[in-house]
Ligand binder design. Sequence first.
Ligand SMILES: *[C@@H]1O[C@H](CO)[C@@H](O)[C@H](O)[C@H]1NC(C)=O
Ligand SMILES: *[C@@H]1O[C@H](CO)[C@@H](O)[C@H](O)[C@H]1NC(C)=O
Length: 415
Amino acid sequence: MWSRGLASLCSWSNLTCTLGSSLQRSRVFVQVQRPTLSALVYLRGNVGDLGGIVATKAMEQVAGLATSAVSAAASAAGSLKRKQQKKVGTHNGTFHCDEALGCFMIRMTEKFGEAEIVRTRDQKILDTLDAVLDVGGVYNPEADRYDHHQRGFDQVFGHGFATKLSSAGLVYKHYGEEIVAKELGLDPQHPDVQRVYLAVYKSFMEAIDAVDNGINQYDTNAPPKYANDTYLSARVGRLNPDWMDENSPEKEDQAFHQAMELAGKEFLDSLRYYGRSWLPARSIVAESLAARKDAHESGEIMILKQFCPWKQHLFELEQEFQLNPTVKYVVYQDERSGSWRVQAVAVSPGMFESRKALPVPWRGLRDEQLSKVAGIEGCVFVHMSGFIGGANSFQGTMEMARKALEFSEAVEMKH
Ligand SMILES: *[C@@H]1O[C@H](CO)[C@@H](O)[C@H](O)[C@H]1NC(C)=O
Ligand SMILES: *[C@@H]1O[C@H](CO)[C@@H](O)[C@H](O)[C@H]1NC(C)=O
């Protein structure tokens, strides 16, 4: 009766079990497809333990007693899974954003999927755990020890980032690429994984490392002009039980899990934004930049193929490809109004000053007056500061960009 292949496929609770047999000596294996792959591997390795229980029960099942066979398999699987479940430790007491996020992230990995979180400062217990974050005084990635409080600790993310890491930064440093790849559904070797990995560090993680290590955002001792208490680390901090409230280890653990969820959600939001919005925009800018000489032989005018947030990408791509000369104007169709714009590129990110602002005589003018002064038909406006302008057609707008480029050169030649 028992032959090669699957005997049945059935569901019990939220586990999907596949009962089957191999050809030899009626050994039975159980494949737990959910919840984790590690459970699957473990169970396969323990065929002997399970074989007896499941074989008998599975026979019954074939005889029609499906439920008992499946629940036997599932409970056997469950107890094995519990035995196998990884444990990740962190300290108890007041919690911070870094270990809450670190615990959330490490549970996203293959190795620590669904791991139990153990909160204690008892070193004897910590020593028995599979990973330890933010406590224990050791940084040793081979042993999954990620504390950052010990004297002499000076780990940074690298890739040009020099902020001392927190336990979140440490977990991200060692498991970030895996997490990003999984979330984006890409091979870990894919270049986009590395891009998003770095972008999320820059925009999201580094602040958490810095806040935790007490590093100020600005080099100044001037008192802040207003309170800023809504950033993630502050909000996570507020989830700690209040001194007024009755406290217990259970309540504290519950609050910590809320903190993990809060920090984790914002981490995933950031990761998804970079994967789904930022990355496609980067591709559009990269293509537009590659085609810049088709727009104008100087290479200093870029036509954005499709509207998207382009500024940050342009700066980064120019640096990456060491572009010289740099782009002075970007011509694009405004996403809402559909009208054409020419925008002068800023000197650097965060600066308002343009590399080559639109000509002074055009600034603050509109419509016919502007068209006359510029000698271009269909002009609509140029901003007072000369950083942006537009005409009612693509041709007109391109003409503005070309003339602006020449105009600047003429002025320079006079000097
Ligand atoms: C942490 O847990 C230990 C027991 O494991 C307890 O003795 C200690 O008071 C707790 N510390 C804090 C700050 O809650
Ligand atoms: C508030 O502080 C956080 C963390 O230091 C920072 O990232 C954020 O930009 C600040 N917000 C404002 C409005 O200053």
